[in-house]
Design a protein around this ligand. Sequence first.
Ligand code: BDR
Ligand code: CA
Length: 348
Amino acid sequence: KIPLWVDCDPGHDDACAILIAAYHPCFELLGVSTVHGNASLQKCTNNALSVLEAIGKPEIPVVPGSSRPFCRTVDTASDIHGESGLAGTSLLPQPSRLPLSHCNAVKEMRDALLAQPKNTSYLVTCGPLTNAALLFATFPEVAEHIAGFSAMGGAIGSNFTNVSMGPPYLDSRGVSRDRTGNKTPFAEFNIWVDPESARSILQNPVLQPKTTLITLDLTHQAYATRRVQNMLLNHGNPSQLRVMFNELLMFFAQTYAEVFGLTEGPPLHDPLAVAVLLDRHPDEDVRISFDDQGGERWDVDVILEGEQIGRTTITKASSGHGVRIPRSLDADKFWHALELCMNRADQT
Ligand code: BDR
Ligand code: CA
């Protein structure tokens, strides 16, 4: 099993990331840390506890981390995820336990990851990179020790994958241009919220060769369409858990339709940062292929000032360096894995 720690800001797609991390037979979920992002830290922490309770994994540790970005004010995504961060269902249980507030999230992450043999454990981030940046700055040995780091964040644009991120925007001269980001025309939410933390991670030379960045260019190839939602509803014979996830996805679909005019279904960003750990699995039935065009690697920079703040820019990296940014995935295998996890959660 692959030991992994999930750092997140639940969040509708974060909830699906937790489900896969907790129930895929190939994973051992070591713990969950929370970060400001889609909602306040307190709400995201409460949501993480509720999701784990709903899916029957109340024993997984949940530790609250940073309540604000490195040097900027807090912003949230209530237009997408609702005021609570996880709106749209009344079936989420109230948590029956408290988070481990007496612990420090960064220390817990370090301890959990270092407790695994060298080159085996993974860190996955599904929110702003504040906790992760603190972790690698404070305990650089963690970057040496882990097998990999995978983050949902960033947007490349300019035909990196030929996928549309929604309707074009009008620039300051009134010219219609292709949209790259979702928070601004240039920037993806997780990076925009704390660009300094993101930059410190993406430019960490020890971490770079171990890093996979799951950008919007990829996540917009995994829309939870009606067909997918129907499959997850067990074709009309749903459990309460499936109804709950369906209600969450319907809410997410509605806000994506309202805010971005995307009517096919919402992109399921965060669980792809978990699923990519199965990319090189030896068992073909388990493997979910992510294509990086034969191993291309990128130097990534993050713009910290001006109109394009939070934008991720890339240049080709020399071999042995740089970050992996997959351009496409086998989406059917991904949905199949999500269904498998739903099924396993149903049986507990
Ligand atoms: C990211 O922003 C959040 O709203 C989602 O949970 C995801 O992590 C997508 O830009
Ligand atoms: Ca998230």
